[in-house]
Design a protein around this ligand. Structure first.
Ligand SMILES: Nc1ncnc2c1ncn2[C@@H]1O[C@H](COP(=O)(O)OP(=O)(O)OP(=O)(O)O)[C@@H](O)[C@H]1O
Ligand SMILES: [Mg+2]
Length: 449
């Protein structure tokens, strides 16, 4: 780039010098003409006077004028030739001693010679011819031109080297920026550019440094992220393994134990036709263990499929539990009104069931209520479960070491919902849980759901 720019500058300067040379040539031709014609005029006047005198004397003109011509010798910028009547040359004025023996090249003479015609002067027995001699003036011009050309070439060389080195110095920062950008294109942003004297280049370098800084930081962050992801994958793999182990244990231990209890309760139920109380208790055990079986199944599904499955019968689960609870607590009237959407997340359904279980258990244990109302509704993508009793209401339980209410609060929070305990106006407690249907929360611990 610097070489090309300095070459263009040098060529432009050479063109300007060429134009100046053309103008100079024209001016030189004019100067030569002026010089030669001025000298010729003087010589002409002198010769006219000389010839006039020689004619008046009536003597042979050549011999009269010749001694004077010889005495004068050379005329400035002109030469004199004397011819007799036969045309033979009788006399020629001496050659100029100025730069004797040298002549300008013919092409240059052709350009600068103004071609002034010679002047004849008639004598009685011959003629004098005044021949303009431009060769010396042209030679002077040629010498001037050679000197000027020498200086011009020196100037052009100087301009070329000067601009080339100045541009190289000016372009050096751009070369450094270009090298840094190339490194960046290969993904290496470890290089930083220095401050530069030129404002724009300094700003570009500063922008590059900021860009490199940012990219370097994000590269480090990406590397960290990759490491974190690898750790997370390892943890996830461990968790999966743990979940599978837990699922196996749950299935083999608890699941089989529940099945065994159900088998025993079923056998008792068959043999207790004549004892209604025993049959009723056996039915209650069967119902409760079915609930337990459902719960274990839901937990197992959750553990086996971490992405979550859908429960399609929350409504029935709530109604079934209410029916069984009412059978176990015939002295408390239970009203159940459940309306759930078609499909609910498995863990959400399990959470609703656990909240219902703890609430109704508390009613039975602490409320002294005669009536309890269970309500399950869906409004604005929120599942709302409320359990209201007409008992003694919630006493001050702060500092209490019981974990039922605490567990409910934690469970609701895991699903991104809210839990409210309200004392009813006429006595009694209202427990109201609101759970978002599509909550993305840490409700993954199936064992706690
Ligand atoms: N429906 C209710 N009516 C009146 N009091 C209640 C009701 N529900 C809870 N309580 C009171 O709140 C207290 C805390 O209840 P919580 O469920 O946390 O514990 P708990 O039922 O006593 O024991 P557990 O930890 O086994 O559940 C209870 O001891 C009880 O005094
Ligand atoms: Mg409780």
């Amino acid at each position: 780039m610097p070489a090309r720019v300095s070459m263009i500058l040098t060529l432009l300067l050479a063109m300007a010098l060429g134009i100046a040379l053309t103008i100079w040539l024209y001016g030189t031709r004019q100067l030569v003409y002026e010089e030669v014609t001025a000298a010729r005029r003087v010589a002409e006047q002198w010769l006219e006077a000389l010839v006039a005198n020689a004619t008046r004397d009536g003597t042979a003109a050549i011999d009269t004028v010749l001694p004077q011509l010889v005495a004068v010798g050379r005329l400035r910028a002109n030469s004199l030739n004397v011819y007799d009547a036969s045309g033979a040359l009788r006399y020629r004025s001496p050659e100029s001693t100025w730069k004797a023996g040298r002549v300008a090249p013919r092409w240059f003479a052709a350009l600068t010679d103004p071609r002034v015609p010679s002047l004849p002067f008639a004598l009685a027995d011959g003629r004098i011819e005044l021949v303009p001699d431009t060769s010396r003036a042209v030679l002077d011009a040629w010498d001037q031109l050679r000197a000027a050309l020498g200086w011009s070439v020196a100037l052009l060389v100087l301009v070329w080297f000067g601009t080339h080195s100045a541009l190289r110095r000016a372009f050096a920062p751009l070369t450094a920026i270009d090298a840094a950008l190339r490194r960046g294109a290969d993904g290496r942003f470890d290089q930083r550019l220095p401050r530069y004297r030129f404002g724009e280049i300094d700003r570009i370098a500063a922008s590059y440094n900021r860009l490199a800084e940012t990219l370097d930081e994000s590269r480090v962050r990406n590397r960290q992220l990759e490491q974190d992801q690898a750790v997370a994958q390892t943890v996830q793999a461990r968790l999966e393994e743990e979940r599978r182990t837990m699922a196996g244990e749950l299935h083999d231990e608890l699941g089989q134990a529940i099945t065994a209890v159900r088998a025993i309760a079923g056998a008792i139920r068959q043999r207790a036709d004549d004892r209604p109380e025993l049959a009723q208790s056996a039915e209650a055990i069967l119902a409760t263990t079915r609930q337990m079986q459902d719960g274990v199944d839901a937990i197992l599904r959750r553990l086996r499929t971490p992405g979550g499955t859908a429960c399609e019968h929350l409504e029935r689960m709530v109604e079934d539990y209410c029916t069984q609870w009412a059978e176990r607590h015939p002295d408390i009237a239970l009203g159940c009104n459940a309306a759930a959407p078609g499909r609910v997340d498995d863990m959400l359904a399990l959470a609703v069931l656990r909240l219902l279980q703890e609430s109704l258990t508390n009613v039975a244990r602490h409320a002294g209520a005669r009536r309890v109302e269970v309500r399950l509704v869906v409004a604005a993508a929120t599942l709302e479960l409320s359990v209201r009793d007409d008992g003694r209401g919630l006493p001050d339980v702060s500092g209490s070491a019981r974990y039922g209410l605490l567990g409910m609060e934690e469970r609701v929070a895991r699903h991104g919902g809210t839990l409210r305990f309200e004392s009813m106006a006429g006595g009694g407690l209202s427990v109201c849980a609101r759970l978002p249907l599509r909550a993305a929360v840490g409700a993954n611990d199936a064992t706690n759901a």
